[in-house]
Design a protein around this ligand. Structure first.
Ligand code: PLP
Length: 405
């Protein structure tokens, strides 16, 4: 193969992260069930394994694959969960810092920032992804209050960290990454993008100027709803060292078996994501016309307010869509209980289709409609998926106009 031929993502998920191409080498990565490694000489923490909280070779191939998919030069980092990866980033900020975080974001990512704020570490500044001008003004204010400049950024302890989730959970708002990421670089703001909803097949934030990408590998990367795991990727050696130190001293490490399952899941990531996205697009189009549906949110619909942005910076529209039913909370719950095929459960990104009324979580903000359902579209036959939704929706009485939440 010539140097100039760049492998496609569908090939990388299959070919990368394999044991050495040597005679009699295993084709797949072994699971290293050991807590410690033999050694009697002075420890070289960069090259020696030493102890399995510092390093487990079961992680290496997954860390290689995620880096190749995100087009990073440095290997990724595996974590015990998506939140462990989020914590490795948010915990970098020093006293007197600010974390900018979208109004709608994965709840635990917000809670973690608020926990740091309660302990007096940082200020939490919420912004609206919708409003790029307002977001830029908030970034400028946070940077100038801390006399930041793009020249000398302290990556070990960033004074302003900008958290970005795009698309957001569960409203599927899309940030203008092509504007926000370069602006942050100029201002000396360190940026982290939660790429869980998009996967690296659909969006590559590092290429758009992000400093860090995090994933809940629990979702599309592992893909079978049988693993909880996280990943972080960066091209910045200082940031990587700081997150690695966090992982080691906090003990936020993935189990070797989980790493094996996640890597096994990655092998079919491209197939799964392509099929799930095609199903999601078809369902979004049909549900738009459904008499029980007041609103469909899916960036793949030309009428969606974020469609243009999605086309400009993404390679597809993801496999999560939201539907606001013409029903109240009880009617929406009743509809979910009528489903035969769809699984009522939180989480997303698995082969099986999941559905959830988001406001069943008491912490979900009340800007999310009571009858909003988040659908994580799996790889089943799309006719079967649609028919099940249709029969369940038709079983529910329409809400009277004033009871719609
Ligand atoms: C699930 C999720 C997380 C948290 O990941 P865990 O693996 O559950 O710890 C973070 N961000 C997003 C967008 C998620 O969907």
């Amino acid at each position: 193969m010539t140097e100039s031929h760049k492998l496609h993502a569908e090939t990388l998920v299959v070919s990368q992260g394999r044991p050495a191409h040597e005679h009699d080498a295993p084709v797949n990565t072994p699971i290293y069930m050991t807590s410690t490694f033999r050694g009697a000489k002075t420890v070289d923490t960069l090259n020696d394994k030493v102890y399995a909280r510092f390093h487990n070779p079961s992680w290496d191939d997954l860390e290689e694959v995620i880096a190749s998919l995100e087009e990073a030069e440095l290997p990724g980092l595996t974590f015990a969960s998506g939140m462990a990866a989020v914590a490795a980033v948010e915990d970098l900020v020093p006293v007197g810092s600010a974390i900018l975080i979208p109004r709608h974001t994965y709840m635990a990512s917000i809670s973690l920032a608020q926990k740091l704020e309660r302990r007096g570490v940082c200020e939490v500044i919420r912004y609206d992804l919708d409003d790029t001008e307002g977001t830029l003004a908030a970034m400028e204010a946070a940077a100038s209050a801390r006399s930041l400049s793009g020249e000398n950024i302290d990556y070990r302890a960033p004074k302003v960290l900008m958290w970005i989730e795009s698309p957001t959970n569960p409203m599927l708002e899309i940030a203008d990454l092509t504007v926000l990421l370069p602006a942050a670089q100029k201002l000396g703001i360190v940026t982290a993008v939660d790429n869980t909803f998009s996967t690296p097949l659909v969006q590559k934030p590092l290429n758009l100027g992000a400093d860090i990408v995090v994933h809940s590998a629990t979702k599309f990367i592992a893909g079978h709803s049988d693993v909880v795991m996280g990943l972080a990727v960066t091209n910045n050696p200082v940031l990587r060292a700081a997150m690695l130190e966090h992982r080691t001293v906090n003990g936020a490490i993935a189990g070797p078996f989980e790493a094996f399952l996640a890597l096994r899941g990655v092998r079919t990531l491209a197939l799964r994501v392509q099929r799930s996205m095609a199903n999601a697009q078809e369902l979004a189009e049909r549900l738009q016309e459904h008499p029980m549906v007041r609103e469909v949110r899916y960036p793949g619909l030309p009428a969606d307010p974020f469609h243009k942005r999605a086309v400009a910076q993404m390679d597809g529209f993801g496999a999560v869509l939201c539907v606001v039913l013409d029903a109240d909370a009880a009617g929406t719950d009743a509809m979910v209980n009528q489903l035969q095929l769809w699984t009522p459960a939180t989480s997303l990104g698995g082969v099986e289709s999941l559905i959830e009324r988001r406001r069943r979580h008491l912490a979900e903000p009340d800007s999310i409609p009571e009858s909003l359902l988040r659908l994580s579209v799996g790889i089943e036959n799309v006719e079967d998926l649609y028919r099940d939704l249709d029969q369940a929706m038709r079983s529910v009485p329409k809400a009277s106009k004033d009871s719609i939440g």
